[in-house]
Design a protein around this ligand. Structure first.
Ligand code: AMP
Ligand code: MG
Length: 331
């Protein structure tokens, strides 16, 4: 079965084509175009305009790269949410148009669940992980329990990626700022105290951001501030992930989201996993960020398990929660 997936929840528009052969996920193409605001954060309508502008070209290029004719596509998937309304609507409209014109079924999927399933789909040894999903807008610890993907911990304010981007922007770094912060942090030698906020199983980053900006105004070494941000925020994330693993008695941990490509975060989580005798997995970088292939793959899993969706039912949901999805494709 060949599925084309459209991702457009926030800053990226992505189209991926995957081939499912008896449960094996083969990625034929996975193209992404990122909206980079000239100044400030993401403006939802401008991001949506960006996606609309580039959709047709990405679609064409993705089909070409996959060496797939549009008539060979069996299923169209798109991300129904969570995300920014105008962006979601743009991707959903394209998906509906494709579904109608190609006369192929349409399926809307949950973006966060897709991050987890692409890890399971592309890493055969990864079967039942606790996912630490760290992206721009989202930060969640997710695991399968009693028929659903449950959120065991999450941010109470901003996503970790958003925290890094906001700090970076205040220091005139280019979006996305995570990679630059990672690079600077490697040269950090001194740790500055920052708020380490864990409430129950949840984390919070706005206090840390305010304090980091305060150090920057005091003209402390930027390398040391970046180092301190990473050490503090990533330790908090590792701690709640470990607690979720202990609680659920799972022996695998998976990373997902754009921040998952950070070597320090990977190192901390891997050390924690090793100390627990658990296994650590991180998907390929282009599968960690928001991408169409993960949407396509979840579409396949849902479709094969019998889920069907009419155009009418394919409404977007900006606040589509991970645990709202009935997981019909797992025992
Ligand atoms: P996503 O929303 O999942 O596409 O991820 C985008 C986020 O990942 C942005 O906030 C980036 O700053 C962040 N990011 C990307 N690469 C890195 C990195 N190497 N270290 C930390 N954050 C990163
Ligand atoms: Mg994401």
């Amino acid at each position: 079965m060949i599925c084309l997936g459209i991702e457009g929840t926030a800053h990226s528009i992505g189209i991926g084509i995957i081939d499912d052969q008896q449960g094996t996920c083969t990625i034929r193409s996975n193209l992404i175009k990122i909206y980079r605001p000239e100044k400030g954060g993401i403006h939802p309508r401008e991001a949506a305009n960006h996606h609309a502008l580039h959709l047709a070209d990405i679609l064409k290029a993705s089909l070409q790269q996959a060496k797939v004719r549009s008539s060979e596509i069996d299923l169209i998937a798109f991300s129904r949410g969570p995300g920014l309304g105008p962006c979601l609507r743009t991707a959903a409209t394209a998906a509906r148009a494709l579904s109608l014109s190609l006369e192929k079924p349409l399926i809307g999927v949950n973006h966060c669940v897709a991050h987890l399933e692409i890890g399971r789909g592309t890493i055969p040894e990864c079967t039942d992980p606790v996912l630490l999903y760290t992206s721009g807008a989202n930060t969640q610890v997710i695991a399968f329990a009693e028929g659903r993907y449950r959120v065991f911990g999450e941010t109470l304010d901003i996503g970790i990626g958003n925290c890094l981007d906001k700090f970076g922007r205040s220091q005139d770094m280019e979006f996305p700022c995570g990679p630059k912060i990672e690079q600077l942090a490697r040269q950090g030698t001194q740790y500055f105290d920052l708020p380490y906020s864990i409430k129950g199983m949840d984390v919070a980053f706005s206090g840390l951001l305010t304090a980091a900006e305060h150090y920057a105004r005091q003209k402390r070494r930027i390398e040391d501030i970046c180092y301190s941000i990473q050490e503090t925020a990533f330790a908090a994330l590792t701690e709640v992930t470990e607690r979720a693993m202990a609680h659920t008695e799972k022996h695998e941990v998976l990373l997902g989201g754009g921040v998952a490509s950070n070597a320090r975060l990977q190192g901390m989580v891997e050390t924690m996993a090793t100390e627990r005798g658990a296994r650590f997995f991180v998907p390929a970088k282009n599968l960690c960020v928001d991408n169409g292939a993960m949407i396509a793959w979840l579409g396949v899993l849902m479709h094969k398990s019998g889920v069907r969706m009419s155009i009418k039912e394919s409404i977007i949901d900006q606040r589509f929660r991970t645990d709202m999805v009935e997981v019909t494709w797992r025992d």
